[in-house]
Design a protein around this ligand. Sequence first.
Ligand code: HEC
Length: 134
Amino acid sequence: MFGRFGMSFVLFMFLVGCSTNRDPVEVPSAEALMGGDAASGEQVFLASCAQCHAITDEMRTGPGMAGLFQPEGPTRPAGIDYGDSLPTGQPINEVNVAQFILEGGRGEIAYMPPSHLDTQQLADLIAYLKTLEK
Ligand code: HEC
């Protein structure tokens, strides 16, 4: 019905559509991630993170989040030490944590799937994560 060229075109548009979905997500700026509301962030955490992460130093599927934004970092399993970096090797800061949440990724423990959060949710979540101290 589309002819040979037509089918190629349809296929091409399909592939373009697929690859657009795989483009790196747009990560909000440090400024946009400041000034979030920790109480709202707690709700985001409960909905999107708590099934895999404790807010203490307890290891679940992923590391306990207490201390994430402190110099010593979160508590990881024995033998795993990213120091003050994320599993991706990037330093722990607001923008890199937001990027890790949006894109997902893996280190030596397991794969963390991406979470689709908007800038406000990320800012609130980061404000909340900063309250989790060891
Ligand atoms: C399906 C389980 C799962 C969910 C949901 C999840 N994570 Fe993770 N997360 C992991 C795993 C597993 C790792 C460990 C990756 C590694 O080191 O190999 C991890 C690692 C991390 C790290 C890096 C810790 C370090 O060692 O530096 C941060 C930060 C993090 N998660 C935050 C979050 C936040 C915030 C959310 C909610 C938006 C979330 N995660 C949702 C499984 C999950």
